[in-house]
Design a protein around this ligand. Structure first.
Ligand code: UDP
Ligand code: MG
Length: 315
């Protein structure tokens, strides 16, 4: 029987844990043709989450627990769960029941029909503030434009990955992780499953504005070189303007008599140095961009299919 791993990152979720565990167990037990393991990742919670998880784990051998030494963040918690899971497919789901557990069954059937990644796409979000909805909407469209890969709109981290996609994903060991972008980067056959996102079952959001901003930054910096390009673009614009300014300074000197002594040379020096500085910064920026992409150590490519080769293990 195939094994399904379900990964649940938890940060201060004492109010919802029991309800979540009950719902998840129900849904997973109903999948009769599969075995399952339920991996809770305690991300340095400061409430009773950890003792509660210990208790849940001791009552059921299918429940596993990873507990961090401190709060490392949602994206790292997901990654740890995926690292440690041994399923033929892995599902990541939030602890707060905002992602409906019954959809796991649909994800599993989409997987059986040949999808490598099945991601939940939010059609509607209930119980969120206008501010969160607005910024999220804006953000997903923004990152979609900037990023080098197609990051699907309005998807979170609720998704199923089969072993092939998961192993590929786990090769990406960058530190600043934007998991949904990384999964998009991996490719393979990805299908969307639309759903209405419910309100949090209990408790409050563990993503305050500060963490949201950090995630947005990780997304932009991790998947786009546009901010770095900005220095080059600005450099060329400034140089062009400086050149025009220099021509004007010479013209004013030679053909009008409105210039103060020394002004021309001063103008030329300032404009020249300003333009050169920005261009050089842009060049350095390009190199830093390259260093950054080398240092991420992502695989050069991932092969989906090969014909006519004796099977070679991908490194
Ligand atoms: N979470 C986590 N570490 C964090 C913040 C959040 O593991 O530092 C978990 C949290 O317990 C939940 C999931 O990530 O299972 C999503 O967080 P939340 O529901 O608070 O985010 P929102 O739905 O409000 O965006
Ligand atoms: Mg939530």
């Amino acid at each position: 029987m195939k094994l399904i791993s379900v990964i649940v990152p938890c940060y201060n979720e004492e109010e919802v844990l029991h309800a979540t565990h009950e719902r998840l167990s129900q849904v997973l037990n109903a999948l009769r043709d599969y075995r399952y393991e339920l991996i809770y990742v305690n991300d340095g919670s400061r409430d009773r989450t950890l003792p509660m998880l210990r208790q849940i784990a001791s009552a059921d051998s299918r429940v596993k627990l990873l507990s961090f030494s401190r709060n490392f963040g949602h994206q790292i918690a997901i990654t740890a769960g995926l690292d440690y899971c041994s399923g033929d497919a892995a599902v990541v789901i939030d602890a707060d029941l905002q992602d409906p557990p019954h959809l796991i069954a649909d994800m599993v059937s989409a997987w059986e029909q040949g999808s490598d990644v099945v991601y939940g796409k939010r059609r509607d979000r209930e119980g969120e503030t206008f501010f969160k909805l607005f910024t999220a909407r804006l953000f997903y469209r923004f990152i979609n434009r900037l990023a080098d890969v197609d990051i699907p709109l309005d998807t979170g981290d609720f998704r199923l990955m089969n072993r092939k996609a998961l192993d590929a994903f786990l090769k990406l060991r960058e530190r600043h992780r934007f998991v949904r972008g990384m999964v998009a980067w991996v490719g393979f056959k990805q299908t969307a499953l639309e759903y209405d996102r419910e309100a949090r079952f209990a408790g409050t959001t563990k993503y305050p504005f500060r963490k949201m901003m950090r995630l947005a930054f990780d997304a932009i910096m991790g998947f786009s070189n546009v901010p770095l390009r900005l220095a080059s673009i600005l450099g060329f614009i400034t140089s062009f303007l400086a050149f025009a300014g220099i021509l004007y300074a010479l013209y004013a000197k030679l053909f009008t008599n409105e210039t103060v002594a020394g002004w021309t040379l001063l103008m030329i020096a300032i404009l020249f140095i300003g333009g050169i500085t920005l261009v050089v910064l842009g060049i350095i920026g390009e190199y830093i961009g390259r260093i950054y992409s080398e240092i991420k150590q992502r695989p050069l490519y991932l092969i989906q299919e090969q014909i006519g080769f004796t099977q070679k293990e991908q490194e």
